[in-house]
Unconditional design. Structure first.
Length: 224
């Protein structure tokens, strides 16, 4: 399985960032088993959907004391975005979360690296340089910096086969929305158009197969 790639990374101390649902799952067990045996791990497994910055950073002081050299996000967009924010603030405790913009050079990666292992097929956060933080007022704040893009993204279709049918459908629709958004964006170009078209070409015919036959690895792997 692709998450076995973790064993090839030079990991001494890793913070695993995930949500409450996955905390007791086989997915986390598999990830833990494939981290180098000599590495120490810390599990941050209280990430809620659409977390605020205060929720994201609740374990920050413990993380700083732990001194990781890798952050490994496992889960959906909320877990991956949280790992991005924690990674940035751990690297630069002197900055505000509002400093994570394309206009500010952060000089990250002096202490650690970032890996993302998505367990849904929708957000694409594992390969983007954006992160979303909810605010107390109910608004969403989009952060963006090329420096918070993960160093490693592991896309393993075996990790999404156990998703409930409703979540499979909803995350696939999210991916469709991203493809359409990219295709109609003012920043579109021929390169992004090709990716958008290919995404729709893969998702649309394979989603009905996944919903009708949960665990269909061929269909899952085509649009994951």
């Amino acid at each position: 399985m692709l998450y076995q790639y973790l064993s090839s990374l030079d990991i001494k101390k890793a913070v695993i960032v995930t949500d409450r649902f996955l905390k007791q799952s086989k997915v986390i067990d598999r990830v833990m088993m494939n981290i180098p045996k000599e590495a120490q791990t810390m599990l941050v497994a209280d990430i809620k959907p659409e977390p605020t910055f205060s929720e994201m950073s609740a374990s920050l002081s413990k993380i700083i004391d732990f001194s990781p050299d890798w952050f490994i996000a496992v889960g959906g967009g909320s877990s991956i975005d949280t790992a991005k924010v924690l990674f940035a603030i751990y690297e630069r405790p002197d900055i505000s979360v509002y400093d994570i913009t394309p206009l500010v050079k952060l000089n990250l990666r002096r202490k650690s690296r970032l890996a993302a292992i998505p367990t849904t097929s929708g957000t694409g956060s594992e390969c983007s340089w954006a992160a979303v933080v909810s605010e107390e007022e109910g608004r969403k704040l989009e952060l963006a910096s090329k420096e918070i893009m993960p160093d490693v993204a592991i896309l393993d279709p075996s990790l999404v086969v156990d998703l409930p049918k409703e979540q499979s459908r909803n995350t696939a629709v999210d991916a469709i929305a991203h493809a359409i958004e990219a295709y109609t964006s003012a920043w579109r170009n021929h390169y992004s158009d090709a990716f958008s078209e290919k995404a729709l070409e893969l998702i649309l015919p394979n989603l009905p197969k996944v919903l009708a036959q949960p665990g269909n690895m061929d269909a899952e792997s085509r649009y994951t």
